[in-house]
Design a protein around this ligand. Structure first.
Ligand SMILES: Cc1cc2nc3c(=O)[nH]c(=O)nc-3n(C[C@H](O)[C@H](O)[C@H](O)COP(=O)(O)OP(=O)(O)OC[C@H]3O[C@@H](n4cnc5c(N)ncnc54)[C@H](O)[C@@H]3O)c2cc1C
Length: 493
């Protein structure tokens, strides 16, 4: 199904012919995001280039009661940009303007289509950077980051997206343009900006974002702890933080990942290690080497057989490239992978990693681990062959077992990738009915008819049994979100 002719004509009148697409290749391309286990083609894809065009398009969609979804770079891993109900995708890639850099106030205002890394590249010569650095930062957009409240290796010390967004402009589901926050912290009143950050594109389509800029640290020391067991590497994490030291990043890669990144990128990681821990300290030069000595001793006391230090910027960059491109390196050893994103108290890492190894052994599939160990944010990568239906089903089942163990150990469903369609049914395992109702009432305030990104975050009526058996959802039914239709004028700041 593509656009009806009369509607296509109206979109073309607003956007121009080249920016309205519903041919088979486009529909196929936009059938999924980074979560390739689930697919569903959209009705069509629109590419607005200005806020005015976006508002006009949304008003038209609203008038025809057609659901729609914003899309950034499509790197999301929980299916947030996968269309349900044949929604129309609104691709935000053309909103890539850097509107303003204000070095004195340490802010930058950008369009949502700006790639995360471009922000740092833009201000680096002035001695600043944008701190949240998802491993996908060469591809993902800042709009997608705000929608998912993205994290990254350095968010252990610096915080996630919500800690670095000061203000934004967005279009609500009926076409109303609102602004939230400002270009500084400390706006009085309920934190609507915080609510929108992490709302996975269900509250509005973001058109402008003001972010904080952080001064570059004077110095960084990057270490590589090498271990003969995953358990010892995990234990090191709590030992460092228990001493009151908060590194800029603590990341773990297991043996399978070491093999894959060595094959793809040759960073010089030892192939006979069971795990490596990347630990980075940063800050003022004075005292940093002394702190690094303390950390090195802690790593060795917890079982590291060697601790290497990056001797220069090139070595440091090689280590980080291997970490940040680790998911891609899996292509060297498996046709496909399914990445989970559970989070647990970091003190529980050893037990949960043992349990994941058991789950993998029992299933017969391989599960590799590369993750933000300092945050207790796991990323087990389940390796499977998408051409083998049995393996696809096993991959779903393993993912569910892993989530279940995260919840059992006092953790949560997502550290940074969001709930999307992937984990919507799991929300009722984590929250009682009342909490979910309340959250949906908040969403209904922004998005009363559920036209904006339907089928995401919350369990869908009648879907639970299907999803728990591992069958991917294809069609979402609309929720009754009309309980709380309040005047939106109250949120226009
Ligand atoms: C190899 C790899 C590594 C990754 N590493 C990390 C990591 O370290 N940390 C991390 O947090 N994530 C990581 N991710 C996940 C992903 O990159 C992030 O979730 C990212 O924030 C998604 O951005 P995007 O532009 O690709 O958004 P998309 O995938 O296009 O969309 C994601 C969600 O955002 C919404 N959205 C997009 N743009 C807008 C907008 N303008 N207004 C409103 N809603 C919008 C969409 O509707 C959707 O719900 C990784 C992904 C990959 C493939």
């Amino acid at each position: 199904m593509s656009f009806k002719n009369d509607i296509r004509e109206q979109f073309i009148r607003i956007l121009g012919k080249g920016w309205v697409k519903d041919d088979q290749v486009t529909l196929y391309t936009y059938r999924c995001d980074g979560l390739t286990l689930y697919t569903a083609p959209p009705m069509g894809v629109l590419f607005p280039g200005t806020v005015h065009e976006l508002v006009s398009v949304i008003k038209l969609l609203n008038q025809h009661k057609i659901s729609f979804i914003a899309r950034g770079a499509g790197t999301g891993l929980s299916g947030g940009a996968i269309p349900q109900d044949r929604s129309v995708i609104i691709e935000m890639a053309r909103f890539k303007e850097i509107h303003e850099v204000d070095i004195i106030n340490r802010t930058i205002t950008v369009g949502p289509g700006v790639i995360n890394l471009r922000i740092t590249e833009h201000v680096n010569a002035d001695g600043y950077h944008y701190a949240p650095d998802p491993s996908s930062q060469k591809a993902c957009t800042i709009g997608g980051n705000v929608a998912e409240n993205a994290g990254g290796p350095h968010t252990l010390k610096y915080g996630v997206t919500v800690n670095h967004v000061l203000g934004l402009e967005m279009v609500l589901a009926d076409g109303e343009l609102v602004t939230l926050g400002a270009n500084h912290f400390g706006q009085p009143g309920p934190d609507l900006l915080g609510l929108v950050t992490g709302s996975e594109g269900t509250f509005g389509i973001i058109t402008k974002i003001t972010c904080r800029l952080m001064p570059n640290p004077e110095k960084a020391v990057t270490m590589l702890g090498i271990y003969k067991s995953v358990r010892e590497a995990c234990e090191s994490v709590s030992n460092i933080i228990g001493q009151g030291i908060i590194p800029a990043a603590v990341e773990m890669l297991d043996k399978i990942i070491i093999y894959a990144v060595e094959k793809a990128l040759k960073p010089g990681f030892p192939l006979d290690a069971e795990a490596v821990l990347i630990v980075e300290l940063d800050g003022l030069s004075d005292g940093l080497d002394a702190e690094a000595n303390v950390v090195e001793k802690l790593l060795k006391d917890s079982g590291a057989i060697t601790v290497k230090r990056a001797l220069d910027e090139a070595e440091r960059a090689k280590i980080w490239r291997a970490r940040k491109e680790a998911f891609g390196a899996i292509g060297q050893i498996s046709p496909s992978y399914y990445v989970q994103d559970g989070v647990i108290p970091r003190s529980k890492l050893p037990e949960v990693l043992d349990e994941i190894a058991e789950i993998a052994k029992k299933s017969g599939l391989t599960v590799a681990n590369v993750f933000h160990a300092g945050d207790g944010n796991l990323h087990p990568l389940i390796l499977y062959d998408y051409g083998n239906q049995q393996e696809v089903e096993k991959a779903h089942a393993i993912g569910e077992e892993i989530l279940s163990s995260c919840i059992r150990y006092g953790g949560s469903l997502s550290g940074e990738h969001g709930i999307g369609i992937e984990k919507a049914e799991w929300m009722s395992e984590l929250y009682s009915g009342n909490s979910l109702d309340n959250m949906q009432n908040v969403r209904a305030f922004f998005n009363p008819e559920n036209l904006l990104n339907p089928g995401k975050i919350f369990p869908q009526p009648g879907r639970c049994a299907e999803s728990k058996s591992g069958t991917p959802p294809q069609q979402a039914s609309s929720l009754d979100n009309t309980k709380m239709v309040a005047s939106k004028s109250g949120i226009v700041v």
